[in-house]
Design a protein. Structure first.
Ligand code: AHR
Length: 512
């Protein structure tokens, strides 16, 4: 009897502590919009990202257009990816566009020195990339070569893409099968110019930017949105110098790169699939650093550009773990767990909540590389938990931003604390409100009370992504372990909304 009472007491205690509460106030739209370009993707010539991911051998038994695999294209179309950044990354500053045009069998070969030392046959070049973007119905975002290229090379690439004149280079595009200008708009002037893109100081880079930008011309109907190579994580001086030295109006955006490293140690990043709660917690702590980075870089930009004419473009983000065992370490192939989904959802909530300054972002890197949306194994393909987050969150694209006030309970592990809950909200063109909520606590359900100022709504429906274990993944044997499911844990309670948010979950609500 004594033992039974003890068991009941322990059960009661854990039931009591396994819950906490949060409150959210959602205000009316303040005039800001969540740009769809925040939901952009990045695909580099790296590992099996392009080759094997998008562009496959003719003999592979999957549906293809030319050599572009259509299973991958169709999956990405479903989540409305708005833009695709290419050809790198570090590869961009070694890439010479003329190697990737004309008859494929005559294209020069090169060694991809950044990524695994493999032979690059240049079979996927400018025309193939733009054919892919057309299939995806997304905008191309091309990163030009500043590190090892020339002003002339970049200038001619833009002319090749966008000019409808009789110039030799524009006519070459026509002879290569595309008489119409491609009208590429998003243009990166170098990549990580502080590192693999040329080891430059910010002072040197800004001078280079001005030179390259001067000859990166606008052609009729194709105004360029030039994006300067921005800071590495918390290098605030880089942002300061760029904002001080590059005249407003010259750059459309300034980039920022930040990767979540689970351990925080670049030499031993941590496994994608095997981690403890303490390691999970540390990963989320590092993920939430994005909020601080965005705030501090934005504050610098605000001093030079109070009208927010220059976009902060987070064109590389995501979790970077150790590569999967027995894979080429230069290929950066990693699995993708429920933890990745929580990272994606949390980061997208941060971006939505900073949509006044962040107008564009690209997850690294779409297929088979780093925090991928899709993994392939020859003809097989699977959708990762991160893919499902982008699927749930697509309703925020171009939505009217709804400002949030949040009081979150703490999630504490090993004496350190993070907010358990994060939220963002928007209203779509037909007046439906979407609220995305994340509960990072691995153990506790959170009851959220949401107050919606002056908003009329009658019904609420929802979707949820969660799983039994934080380490759960989709595999080629079990590709549907993590799927979006219906969520019935949200109820109208007078004018308020009451949500029972399960531990380690992402929820999207729709109010009509
Ligand atoms: O995304 C992988 C690499 O990370 C990119 O090539 C580079 O820009 C960054 O350092």
């Amino acid at each position: 009897m004594k033992n039974l009472l003890l068991v009941l007491f322990v059960f009661y205690q854990s039931a009591v502590v396994a819950q906490s509460t949060a409150s959210v106030t959602i205000a009316n739209n303040n005039g800001q919009t969540i740009s769809r370009h925040i939901y952009g993707q990045f695909a580099e010539h790296l590992g099996r990202g392009i080759y094997g991911g998008f562009w496959v051998d003719k003999s592979l038994p999957v549906k293809k257009q030319d050599r572009i695999r259509l299973d991958v294209v169709n999956a990405l179309k479903k989540i409305n990816i708005p833009n695709l950044r290419w050809p790198g990354g570090c590869f961009a500053d070694e890439y010479h566009w003329r190697d990737g045009i004309g008859p494929r069998e005559q294209r020069p070969k090169m060694v991809n020195t950044n990524w695994g030392g493999v032979t690059e046959d240049n079979s996927f070049g400018t025309h193939e990339f733009l054919a892919l973007c057309k299939l995806l119905n997304c905008e191309p975002y091309i990163a030009g070569n500043v590190g090892s290229g020339t002003v002339e090379e970049m200038s001619k690439w833009i002319e090749y893409l966008n000019s409808d004149s009789k110039s030799t280079v524009a006519q070459l595009r026509a002879r290569n099968g595309h008489p119409e200008p491609y009208k590429v708009s998003f243009w990166g002037v170098g990549n990580e110019s502080w590192g693999c893109g040329g080891s430059m100081t910010p002072e040197f880079y800004t001078d280079q930017f001005k030179r390259y930008a001067a000859y990166a011309k606008d052609y009729p109907g194709s105004p360029l949105k030039k994006i300067a190579s921005g800071a590495n994580a918390d290098d605030y001086n880089w942002t300061e110098v760029c904002m001080k030295k590059i005249p407003l109006g010259t750059m459309w955006g300034l980039s920022l790169h930040y990767y979540t490293i689970p351990t925080g140690n670049w030499n031993k990043k941590g496994s994608a699939t095997k981690f403890t709660e303490a390691e999970y917690f540390n990963t989320m702590l590092n993920c939430l650093k994005m909020e601080e980075l965005v705030n501090k870089h934005s504050a610098i930009m605000d001093r030079y550009d109070p009208e927010k004419r220059v976009a902060l473009v987070v064109d590389e983000w995501g979790v970077w773990t150790d590569p999967e065992p027995n894979t080429n370490p230069g290929f950066l192939y990693q699995q993708n767990s429920l933890r990745d989904a929580l990272i994606a959802a949390t980061t997208l909530n941060i971006f939505n909540n900073h949509c006044d300054r962040i107008k564009m972002a690209e997850l690294a890197q779409t297929v088979n590389v780093l925090q991928a949306l899709i993994l392939t194994d020859k003809a097989k393909m699977l959708l990762t938990p991160t893919y499902h987050v982008f699927d749930m969150y697509k309703v925020h694209q171009d939505g009217k931003y709804l400002p949030i006030k949040l009081q979150s309970p703490d999630y504490t592990v090993g004496g350190k604390t993070i907010p358990a809950v994060n939220v963002s909200a928007s209203q779509d063109a037909s007046g439906r409100t979407h609220i995305s909520l994340v509960n990072l606590d691995m153990n506790k359900t959170v009851t959220v009370t949401a107050k919606l100022t002056d908003m009329k709504w009658v019904t609420v429906s929802g979707q949820i992504l969660t799983s039994e274990n934080i380490t759960d993944i989709n595999t080629f044997q079990q590709p549907s372990k993590l799927l979006i499911r219906n969520f019935a844990g949200a109820k109208k309670d007078g004018d308020n909304l009451s949500i029972t948010l399960p531990a380690k979950s992402v929820v999207m609500l729709e109010l009509k």
